[in-house]
Write a protein that binds this ligand. Structure first.
Ligand code: GLU
Length: 423
């Protein structure tokens, strides 16, 4: 194993993590230098500072970002996150990952991401609504169904999307549902969108088991994060016969070697706003759970969960990245040495944006699909994309992550060459 020569700060900077994988894959592809430089740089970075009237009458100033990485294959697509830790580098990385993610699943979008630095847990619903509307109005000329289509991400949800859609529509003087995805059903949302990321995660778990000749029945799974992605993946996996033995959250974790009843846990969390104190499992510190003995570990929360500090102690045989950027580039090497099978984020969590694509198509057609159609088409895309990545990894003798990057970069570069560069 090569000793890391970079500082921990550098290691956990998502933009550095993106660049390290991008450069490696681009070199393997023998990518033309001009296209290399073009794809390494986000096309547009918008920073806005804007006022919001707080409930107590004060005016607070917030900072928001929208980074648009590339539009070669179609309009930009990507979520908006609300968190005190949002940085421009993080949003840049997430925007690039969206370009690669959309290309891996071969849907006609480029990549973007947005974020507002705020603490949504400490804000009232009214404050969140005013902040969302003002942020939308600040970036309004840069978004639109043919330009850039936001979606939910960490700490944003259907309600946030409804506010963005309404604000945009008020300015356009007409209802434009296709400006965002992940909306409530009644305002142009798609059936199956909410659980689509978790469903995609479950589908690639199935594919991994099939590929590695392992049995689903009783297969032990540990999941970090029990938000939208983690809880839906957990439920769908349990229903398929996997045994969810551990759930790790920020404030603590749960362990039950016989399997946790996820339906009960979802209900418990809904009532208590935390998984702590659930009777159907024993308490266990989250850091311990992440390194516990299991077949599949699913990080489904945020970045930098597996780093040079803990990668050597991971005992899972398979890692399926429900979150964006949960593994650092240094940790990648350690996991590869340990022969851990990694399903990388830009494939594993692409079910969300794939269902977003279906939502955008339905909105533009004004014709809405049954849930089965959404789920069936999602399944086809996830299984085909898994196959594409595995075949690429085998053909080029690289790990799954680099294969996914290579496949994606190759597709985007091909389109750029076809369109030609207006330079
Ligand atoms: N925020 C999600 C992601 O990271 C979904 C993006 C979308 O649906 O546009 O993939």
């Amino acid at each position: 194993m090569s000793t890391p020569t970079i500082s921990l700060d550098q290691e956990i900077n998502p933009w550095e993590a993106q660049n390290a994988r991008f450069d490696f894959a681009a070199r393997k592809l023998n990518l033309d230098e001009g296209i290399w430089k073009l794809l390494r740089t986000p096309a547009r970075e918008i920073i806005v500072h804007f006022p919001v009237a707080m409930d107590d009458g004060r005016i607070e100033i917030f900072t928001g970002f929208r980074v648009q990485h590339n539009i070669a294959r179609g309009p930009c697509k990507g979520g908006i996150r609300y968190s005190p830790d949002v940085t421009l580098d993080e949003v840049r990385a997430l925007a690039s990952w969206m370009t690669w993610k959309c290309a891996v699943v071969n849907i006609p979008f480029g990549g973007a991401k947005g974020g507002v630095i705020c603490n949504p847990k400490a804000m009232s619903k009214g404050e969140l609504e005013r902040m969302t509307r003002r942020y939308t109005s600040e970036i309004i000329e840069f978004i639109g169904p043919e330009k850039d289509v936001p979606a939910p991400d960490v700490n944003t949800n259907e309600q946030t999307m409804a506010w963005i859609m309404d604000t945009y529509s008020m300015h356009m003087r007409q209802t434009v549902t296709s400006v965002v995805t992940g909306k409530p059903l009644d305002v142009g949302g798609s059936r199956g969108r909410i659980e689509a990321t978790g469903r995609g995660v479950a589908l690639v778990c199935d594919e991994s088991m099939r590929y590695l000749n392992m049995s689903v029945n009783g297969c032990r799974v540990v999941i970090q994060g029990f938000g939208n992605v983690g809880s839906n993946a957990a439920r769908l996996l349990m229903e398929r016969g996997y045994k969810i033995i551990g759930i790790a959250e920020k404030d603590g974790g749960l362990f039950n070697p016989n399997g946790i009843d996820i339906h009960q846990l979802i209900e418990y969390k809904y009532r208590n706003e935390s998984i702590l104190g659930f009777r159907g499992a024993e308490a266990m510190p989250s850091e311990e759970l992440i390194l516990s003995d299991c077949e599949i570990f699913i990080p489904a929360a945020t970045e930098n969960v597996i780093t040079s500090r803990n990668a050597a102690n991971v005992k899972a045989k398979i890692i399926v990245e429900g979150a964006n950027g949960p593994t650092t580039a240094v940790a990648d090497e350690i996991l590869a040495e340990k022969r851990i099978f990694v399903v990388p984020d830009i494939l594993a969590n692409s079910g969300g944006v794939t269902a977003s694509y279906f939502e955008w198509v339905q909105d533009r057609q004004g014709y809405f699909w049954k849930e089965k159609q959404v789920n069936d088409q999602l399944e086809t895309i996830m299984r085909d994309s898994f196959d594409d990545v595995i075949r690429y990894a085998e053909a080029h003798n690289v790990n799954n992550r680099i294969a996914a990057y290579m496949l994606a970069i190759d597709r985007v570069a091909f389109t750029i060459r076809q369109r030609g560069i207006y330079a």
